[in-house]
Design a protein around this ligand. Structure first.
Ligand code: SAM
Length: 277
């Protein structure tokens, strides 16, 4: 079997019992950077054969690994932090394993984007993960423009040295009033959450040069103007139909379902209050 094992994104205690058991049980553990994974294994006193699997050797290694798996070897895959394959290696291996009918078992656990969303304070009943923003300014701006009317909350991974520039680009494209959050060093000693409008966040980033260090996730609220105007209109019609026929709670459910906004987003938009009127 091939096990896809999530490991901590900072705090070493954030590992599941099943992840530890699985790591102990496999014959080979594939790791992105074996030195980083060794620290985790040493912390838990685990000895297992470590092999590297990273972006630059994955293609070349897939065939051999598939042969080993077909021969009965249990293999685990971890990355430096969080869930493998999420902006990390493993896609080619999992894809090849699936094609060969090899059992691929997930051992779920931490993931930076999910962790960030849960503390962002933004509606997360619907969101879109866009991975890393393009490094080049022109490409990044074009890419952000393509998301101008995205109504779902958007999540990006960003390198600390580009964060300030990216936030500025976001202001240019989405406007400074758009709500956002920068979640830095999650689960680590110097964890920091910056929340508020993009302009407010930029202000804090601009004030303290030392702030932008460590790993961070950028979360930006979706466009609640155009898309939601349509949805609000639709909701108003639905409401007229439903009024007096079903409970308020059920009405929220129905409206959420038919407008695609999700309950939390309806509350965030104040639509809930409108429905009560
Ligand atoms: N596989 C990982 C996961 O499950 O989230 C992501 C790997 S990706 C190569 C690394 C990026 O994840 C970082 O640049 C940062 O954007 C984000 N990240 C990872 N750990 C983080 C943390 N503790 N706090 C904030 N962001 C983190």
């Amino acid at each position: 079997m091939l096990y896809i094992i999530a490991t901590p994104i900072g705090n070493l205690s954030d590992i599941t019992l099943r992840a530890l058991d699985t790591i102990k049980q496999v014959q080979v553990l594939l790791a992105e950077d074996t030195r980083i994974t060794k620290k985790l294994l040493d912390h838990y006193g685990i000895h297992v054969r470590l092999e590297s699997l990273h972006d630059f050797n994955e293609s070349a290694k897939v065939e051999t690994l598939i042969r080993e798996l077909l021969g009965g070897t249990d293999i685990g895959l971890v990355c430096d932090a969080g869930t493998p394959l999420i902006c990390d290696p493993g896609f080619r291996l999992v894809s090849a394993a699936n094609k060969k009918g090899i059992v691929v078992r997930p051992v779920p656990g931490p993931c930076a984007l999910i962790t960030a969303l849960t503390v962002s304070g933004l509606p997360i009943d619907r969101f879109v993960f866009e991975g890393f923003l393009p490094k080049k300014v022109a490409e990044r701006r074009e890419f952000l423009k393509s998301l101008r009317h995205e109504s779902r909350t958007m999540v990006f991974y960003e390198a600390p040295q580009r964060l300030r520039r990216s936030v500025q680009d976001c202001i240019d494209v989405f406007g400074g009033n758009r709500n956002a959050a920068v979640l830095r060093e999650l689960t680590k000693l110097h964890e920091q959450h910056l929340t508020g409008s993009l302009e407010q966040i930029e202000c804090v980033l601009g004030d303290a040069a030392q702030v932008v260090k460590g790993e961070c996730v950028l979360v930006i609220a979706g466009d609640v103007s155009s898309a939601d105007e349509e949805s609000l209109e639709k909701a108003a019609h639905l409401l007229a139909d439903l009024q007096g026929r079903i409970s308020h709670r059920d009405a929220v459910e129905v409206v959420a379902k038919h407008t695609g906004l999700g309950r939390n987003r309806l509350y965030a938009l104040g639509l809930d209050a409108r429905l009560k009127k």
